[in-house]
Design a binder for this molecule. Structure first.
Ligand code: FYN
Ligand code: ADP
Ligand code: MG
Length: 585
């Protein structure tokens, strides 16, 4: 947390009285939290006004889900809990998807919602927006608290902060009933009740024997592989991770939000040989990555097994801050429990202590990977060189690939199906925490919330590569982009529908197929409606020019990139997840 000294409350000092509004604001500021993402309304409108008057940034959205997603990714980027502020009941519910997604992805955020009075809720007497929000939130997040008395606000905020960022980060709910804000108390006593949280995310040092066990296993490997997950990106142990990989010479596979921890063009990056290295590796070290569906649960053909239940016999090392993550799917031979930074430092210290140095992996392993990589890279280059009319995902993303390479400090937000999967393999990332996407759940709708927060907390240009369906979940926030004049360039891969735009209604009836949209929609007009820059791009040259201008001007820009409506597959690269009774043809 920042080293903000306790602020004299914003209440008039002469009156020597403070209130719930100001105690919440002072508690947040005392802990170095300077930004609130939210949406005003009963009973928290005045809290937004007073927070802004007290010098906090209050970023107002058009839907609480987007404010929640903004708070969540602000937490991922800063290691401080992002704050989402909502009204009661429906506003709270709108924020819950983001709170749950944050918890699923280990992003630290706090959802603060105004709520109805306990005495009325508990008797179900029909209050305005009556709902037992605390009870509803509890199963969906890491921790949930309610504060009923002004003198407890300091504790409530401190507990929420510590719960959000300590151990495995996650979402926390803080329930503030309406009457709490107007409660008053002596200003000095109020100031004294606030808590500046000491060491909210304590380092978790791994046991020496666990480190040695892991190292012995890694040393024994003939085909070692390191898998870097978003936990490794969140940890901000970038230098240590790079040293570990370059010192050991072990190839690594970055999961999507870990791309850029080392540049994707790094010689040891195995992304372009993914389906070779996973089944072939004999020892796999997971660093801040779970063996969940994105890694086929460590089983099945992905790992060289025959059926979905069996695994290919690899031995796993798992570095994770959660002691209970190991064995979630397959046996973990060497769990190393701790924060990534401490664990990687301990591994490096143990490697250095061996003195005899570290034997790089066998040349045949590295050679085989290099060969597979070069084949896939050549195949992709061939596809990218084509220039079909209309554009397809590849030719449009070839432009994006160049823009990101020329602007490595830009943050890339990405969601969709084909728009997501093709971007992940075509657009290389060069710096840590620059690719923000649908994460563990594969959630749609994070686009504009992530883009607003990325621009607000980083000040860097943001490039959002959006499927046209995905954009629809948060599209109204283009007004928010314009209102705060944020340097966000939204590129909509417009292929007229979900997955593609060619489905038809088999009955020939008047309704279009469930997966298609208005053909030739002009999303760029939406941005123009709010004073932003709208561009209709029908070819790579127009797309490149518009993106270059957007990054240069830092003006909110929306580019409607016309994509061949026949391009793309159902659900992108996870088509197989669709249950289908039809026999595979
Ligand atoms: C990857 N590849 C490359 C490169 N990067 N080739 C050349 N150059 C580069 N830079 C190759 C890689 O080796 C694979 O080929 C292929 O491209 C795909 O790589 P990817 O995408 O990393 O691998 P894969 O198999 O798709 O990974 C499985 C997955 C991924 C589940 C982790 O699909 C994923 O993260 N999906 C998220 C889906 C999601 O959440 N969708 C949102 C909801 S969609 P081979 O090695 O030859 O196989 C709603 O419908
Ligand atoms: P990915 O989807 O990129 O593979 P996951 O979200 O599946 O990543 O896994 C992230 C893992 O990282 C979680 O198990 C979480 O406990 C762990 N994690 C998060 N932060 C840290 C940290 N600072 N140190 C160690 N592990 C962490
Ligand atoms: Mg589409």
């Amino acid at each position: 947390m920042g080293t903000v000294e306790p602020q004299v409350t914003a209440t008039d000092a002469q009156s020597q009285v403070t209130d719930g509004f100001h105690l919440v604001i002072d508690a947040l500021k005392l802990n170095g939290i300077d930004t609130i993402f939210g949406l005003p309304g009963i009973p928290i409108t005045d809290l937004t006004r007073k927070a802004q008057a007290a010098g906090m940034r209050v970023i107002s959205f058009r839907h609480e889900q987007n404010a929640g997603n903004a708070a969540a990714i602000a937490g991922f980027l800063t290691q401080k809990p992002g704050i989402c502020l909502t009204v009661s009941a429906p506003g709270f519910l709108n924020g819950l998807t983001a709170l749950t997604n944050a918890t699923t992805n280990c992003f630290p955020m706090i959802l603060i919602s105004g709520s109805s009075e306990r005495e009325i809720v508990d008797l179900q007497q029909g209050d305005y927006e009556e709902m037992d929000q605390l009870a509803i939130a509890k199963p969906l997040c890491k921790a949930a608290f309610r504060v009923l008395h002004a003198e407890d606000i300091g504790v409530g905020v401190a507990r929420a902060i510590r719960a959000a960022v300590s151990g495995r980060p996650g979402g926390v709910y803080l329930d503030l009933p309406a009457k709490l804000f107007a409660q008053t108390m002596d200003a000095a006593a109020g100031k004294n009740s606030l808590i500046k949280v000491v060491d909210p995310a304590p380092r978790q040092i791994p046991a020496q024997d666990a480190v040695q066990r892991a190292l012995d296993l890694l040393k024994s490997a003939k085909k070692p592989l390191i898998v870097l997950g978003k936990g490794a990106a969140y940890a901000q142990a970038d230098a240590e991770i790079r040293i570990l990989i370059e010192k050991t010479g072990i190839p690594y596979l970055p999961m999507s939000m870990a791309k850029g921890l080392l540049p994707d063009t790094h010689a040891l990056c195995a992304s372009a040989a993914r389906s070779y290295v996973l089944p072939e590796a004999d020892v796999v070290m997971l660093a801040g990555a779970r063996l969940n569906w994105l890694l086929s649960h460590g089983k099945g053909k992905t790992w060289g097994g025959k059926g979905p239940k069996d695994w290919g016999g690899q031995k796993f090392i798992q570095i994770d801050i959660s002691p209970q993550e190991a064995d979630s799917n397959v046996r973990i031979e060497a769990p190393v429990v701790g924060d990534i930074g401490s664990c990687v430092s301990a591994l490096l210290a143990a490697i250095n202590a061996t003195g005899s140095g570290w034997a790089k992996p066998p040349a045949e392993w590295l050679g085989a990977i290099a060969e597979r990589k070069s084949k896939n890279i050549a195949k992709l280059a061939e596809t990218l060189a084509r220039n079909p009319v209309p554009m397809n995902f590849h030719s449009a993303l070839n432009v994006v690939r160049g823009i990101v390479k020329a602007n490595p400090e830009a943050i890339l937000v990405n969601e969709g199906a084909n728009a997501l999967d093709f971007t992940r393999s075509i657009v290389d990332m060069y710096q840590p925490r620059k690719r923000l996407d649908v994460g563990t759940w594969g959630i749609m709708g994070i686009g504009m919330g992530f883009s607003v927060a990325a621009a607000v907390v980083s000040g860097q240009p943001v490039i959002a590569i959006e499927g046209d369906s995905a954009f629809g979940f948060s599209g109204m926030e283009v007004e928010t982009l314009c209102r705060y004049n944020l340097p966000v360039c939204v590129v909509i891969m417009n292929n007229n529908g979900v997955y593609k735009g060619t489905d038809v209604n088999p009955t020939g009836g008047p309704d279009v197929a469930p997966t298609v949209f208005v053909k030739g929609a002009r999303y760029d007009k939406l941005m123009e409606a709010f004073g932003g820059i709208g561009v209709h791009a029908t070819n790579p040259a127009e797309l490149r020019e518009a993106m270059e201008e957007a990054v240069r001007s830092r003006k909110p820009t929306l580019i409607n990139a016309v994509i061949d409506e026949t391009a793309g597959t159902e659900s992108g690269r996870i088509t197989s997840l669709n249950p289908s009774s039809e026999k595979k043809k």
